[in-house]
Design a protein around this ligand. Structure first.
Ligand code: C2O
Ligand code: CU
Length: 511
């Protein structure tokens, strides 16, 4: 059951302006009431998470079993409690990678290996997943591979494909509360080919990490999943700031948008009525740019787009708006995300090439498929299930061999929920949705598939390059926690990933 904003306003009117939620929606007092501490949109300055510098780099080449690499960069991230400025005039306790929300951005070159040491300085277990990286199972954040308080683990990442990916907590049954506290950060893999395309770069290549939140009146983060259903915040943050205003120059920008929300999806649109020039999706650049008026983005999806502010006079203000897709709960100000204020001129030598990168056409993948499978995502008996099943670390729903191409049908048989489905390790492409072609911005390689209410989506993907056990789940983190998650096993490697490279107690030797 969901409430749209119009209905909420109706209830508000009945209550004489006081926001009264209908029965079943009684909540603890928090920022969704008129004493919200969140302030007015577009008052706080935009910021970009800092880029994490390696502790050490070496140029010794080697092979990681998947490919040769030219060298290794070593990073360290302590997971700590910290205070953050997210809303005006209040200090909010967060749990952050490096003590910040979002965590620092790692920018890594394809074909260099990364070793990232995560140190757990919190008092609860942490599982770290780098979403979009084809890591070995023991470095993929298997939900049971917990880094306990006072422990650390060095994760090895091959960086074999350029894309905008992200790291976040994946603790068994606790992912939603942990990410709600701030445990998410961006990780960008680039290569020379992409750099030579001359897309906007440097300060004009900007991450946008969108995450909705609930605050109490003291400005502290609230976790309210409405009885293990969904968490919908009334405050929209971008890069850890409530509804920021970004000062932009009259030129082109590349934006990399990640929806790091627990349960909310968005349909992004510009108040100017202008189009987004879409250039990338979850797993990297598209084959060619395409212009769209709006696009929907579910939790964990990434899209990359170009906006060209050169046509606007200085002083123009453009709001990035949210036309809420079905099955989200809207509040007074969740219809907007951030604002771009055009404030200055700037030189622009960047380009939008007419072709970006080779993407295997879906029509070439389909005939390679060796089998099909069906996955039904639904709510039964107060639980979120996949083909009737919940998480079990010893079971698998699929056992493809390395190199097998499979077609999966993902579907929901209810109009009341949407489920963004993520398959670890691999990228796939959408064949169709309810027998219609995918939305044009969804073309290309993806690792999260938006399955809306009453939708049936067919995807095709190739398994590998690694063998072993990986997770697949709904990326509504409340659904994932309770328990819309299953394992798949690639090849004959049935080893439990938690047993292979267990975390070690501190103190840690130098990296
Ligand atoms: Cu982004 Cu299994 O997760
Ligand atoms: Cu779901």
């Amino acid at each position: 059951m969901t409430i749209k904003r119009r209905e909420l306003l109706k209830y508000a009117a009945i209550a004489g302006g006081l926001l009264v939620l209908p029965a079943g929606f009684q909540r603890i007092a928090h920022a969704k009431d008129p004493e919200s501490p969140a302030g007015n949109p577009f008052t706080l300055p935009f910021r970009v998470p800092p880029v994490l510098q390696p502790v050490r780099s070496d140029n010794t080449s080697g092979s990681n079993g998947l490919q040769d690499f030219e060298g290794t960069d070593y990073y360290e991230i302590a997971i700590t409690k910290a205070q953050a400025q997210i809303i005006p005039g209040k200090s909010t306790e967060i749990w952050g990678y490096g003590g910040i929300f979002p965590g620092p951005t790692i920018k890594q070159k394809r074909d260099r290996q990364s070793v990232v040491r995560y140190i757990n300085k919190l008092d609860v277990p942490m599982v770290i997943h780098l979403h979009g990286m084809a890591a070995l199972p023991e470095y993929d954040g298997w939900a049971h591979d917990a880094v306990e308080p006072g422990y650390y683990k060095d994760f090895i990442y091959p960086n074999n494909r350029p894309a905008t990916i992200w790291y976040h907590d994946h603790a068994l049954h606790k992912t939603a509360p942990n990410v709600n506290m701030g445990l998410a950060g961006m990780y960008i893999v680039y290569d020379e080919y992409e750099q030579n395309l001359n897309l906007p770069s440097g300060e004009y290549d900007v991450p946008l990490v969108i995450h909705d939140k609930i605050f109490d009146r003291k400005g502290q983060i609230v976790y309210d999943d409405q009885g293990q259903k969904s968490l919908f915040g009334d405050v929209i943050t971008v890069n850890g700031v409530a509804w920021p205003r970004m000062e932009v120059a009259r030129r082109k920008y590349r934006f990399r948008v990640l929806n790091a929300s627990v349960s909310r999806s968005y349909r992004l649109k510009l108040s100017s009525g202008d189009e987004f020039i879409m250039i990338g999706t979850d797993a990297g650049l598209r084959s060619a740019p395409v212009a769209v008026d709006s696009f929907r983005i579910s939790m964990a999806e990434r899209y990359e787009f170009i906006l060209d502010f050169s046509k606007y006079p200085i002083g123009t203000k453009i709001v990035l708006e949210n036309e809420s897709p079905d099955n989200n709960e809207d509040y007074e100000k969740t219809d907007r995300i951030m604002r771009f204020d055009v404030v200055r001129d700037a030189e622009d030598t960047s380009e939008i090439p007419s072709t970006l990168r080779y993407v295997t056409p879906v029509s070439q993948l389909i005939p390679q498929a060796v089998r099909t499978r069906e996955f039904r995502y639904e709510r039964t008996g107060g639980q979120w299930v996949v083909n009737g099943n919940t998480w079990n670390r010893y079971e698998s729903d699929a056992n493809p061999q390395v190199g097998d191409v499979e077609i999966w049908t993902l579907y929901t048989n209810s109009g009341g929920w949407f489920h963004p489905i993520h398959v670890h390790l691999i990228d796939c492409q959408i064949i169709d949705r309810n027998e219609q072609p995918p939305f044009v911005y969804e073309e290309g390689w993806k690792d999260v598939i938006y399955v809306g209410g009453n939708e049936s989506v067919r995807v095709v993907g190739k398994f590998g390059p690694h063998t072993g056990r990986y997770m697949t789940h709904c990326h509504n983190l409340v659904h994932e926690d309770h328990d819309m998650m299953r394992a798949i096993q690639i090849g004959n490697n049935s080893t439990d990933p938690a047993l292979v490279a267990p975390p070690k107690p501190l103190p840690a030797p130098p990296l």
